[in-house]
Design a binder for this molecule. Structure first.
Ligand code: AQP
Length: 346
């Protein structure tokens, strides 16, 4: 192909939209994190420019043991690589390795109203959950999240229901800033993945499955082995009716297991009901457990291999931070200029 033709082909390709998403190193990711986030992250790489962040600064809103936080940050990075995040085509980085996030967060905090932050339901929920540590970071968390997104001019942010309010405040902050200082930030949209059921706790199926839940039987970890997965599903809370039937309001336990099974098999609820008609919960739970174990086992094997190569993981994170910082630093310089901070001599 001639150079002119090649240039024309390149120009004809529409610019790919940019996605930013993060996960906190507050524990080993669960089946919920996998279905709701990580699995989709791997799939999105085909169609979008993706930046994926281990949100270590966000995790500080809850008290963390320093050595555990450090270890989990590397483990989580290795797990994301094992689950298919491609560090060449996507940017995988640790939030605190790109200091511009906190620089922008301060500027945005000065452009965010106290009243708006007090309306965040997650702040109210998390304050109730940790009444002994209702810290300022918990309150201003949405501002840091806004900075994470706006600093890259992300077009799309994959969000669960619990994060839609934070995306709204991000858009508000961006809009207000743009009105005051001229067009600066892209207003991001939420991205609802095609497959992304909300996975509930196996012990209390009206509560979402969470990696920081103190009850180890409430979750399946992405790194659990087959025996552990089977044992946890066998213990999953169901009901006394004994029939596999989807009814989220009255049979939350069974319905959650059906949602998990459906996610991995692609079967509809009707097909699952037909498959297990006349069978007990024992058979059903075993089938769900085996299906989940089949999906997670290759990731677990790859995870052990990658984690053993500490230099590789750290190298990926170093490269990711440098690539993210190139974009982020440019945005912070632009914002500083716009708001009137005197630029230092370079
Ligand atoms: N149960 C879930 N079902 C579906 N998706 C879920 N996510 C979390 N739990 C479920 C999605 O995982 C992504 C990363 O989450 P996070 O680590 O940033 O924080 P989180 O949502 O608070 O997740 P956890 O596991 O509940 O963490 P802790 O226990 O620390 O609070 C998000 O995209 C989230 O939607």
């Amino acid at each position: 192909m001639s150079e002119t033709n090649q240039n024309q082909t390149q120009q004809a390709q529409p610019k790919r939209k940019r996605i930013l998403s993060g996960i906190q190193p507050t524990g080993t990711p669960t089946l919920g994190n996998y279905v709701g986030a990580v699995r989709n992250w791997a799939l999105l790489q085909k169609d979008y420019d993706c930046l994926y962040m281990v949100a270590d600064l966000h995790s500080l809103t809850v008290r963390e043991e320093p050595a555990a936080l450090r270890r989990r940050t590397r483990e989580l990075s290795a797990l994301l690589l094992a689950a298919g995040i491609d560090p060449v085509n996507s940017v995988l980085f640790v939030q605190s390795h790109v200091p511009s996030h906190t620089q922008l967060a301060w500027v945005l905090a000065c452009n965010t109203q106290y009243g708006q932050l007090t309306r965040m339901t997650q702040f109210k929920d998390k304050s109730a959950k940790h009444p002994d540590n209702v810290n300022g970071g918990l309150f201003t968390y949405p501002v840091l999240m806004a900075a994470d997104i706006l600093i890259y001019n992300a077009d799309l942010v994959p969000v669960g229901e619990d994060q839609t309010q934070h995306l709204e405040i991000t858009r508000d902050i961006a809009q207000r800033f743009n009105n005051l200082y001229g067009p600066t930030f892209t207003l991001p949209d939420g991205y609802v993945p095609k497959a992304g059921a909300r996975i509930m706790s196996l012990a209390e199926p009206t509560k979402k499955m969470s990696k920081s839940d103190p009850n180890v039987n409430s979750f399946v970890l992405m790194t659990d082995d087959r025996d552990t997965i089977v044992r946890k599903f066998k213990r999953a809370v169901t009901d006394s009716e004994g029939s596999v039937r989807y009814d989220a309001a009255n049979k939350p336990g069974v319905s959650n297991l059906m949602a998990i099974y459906s996610t991995f098999t692609g079967k509809s609820m009707e097909e699952i009901e037909a498959e297990f008609a006349g069978k007990g919960y024992g058979d059903f739970k075993l089938a769900v457990a085996e299906t989940v174990a089949d999906a997670l086992t290759p990731i677990r094997t790859e995870y052990s291999r990658i984690l053993a190569d500490k230099a590789y993981v750290d190298g990926v994170l170093k490269d990711g931070a440098a690539r993210a910082a190139r974009l982020a630093d440019r945005m912070v310089a632009k914002v500083y200029r716009k708001i009137g901070l005197l630029q230092p001599e370079r």
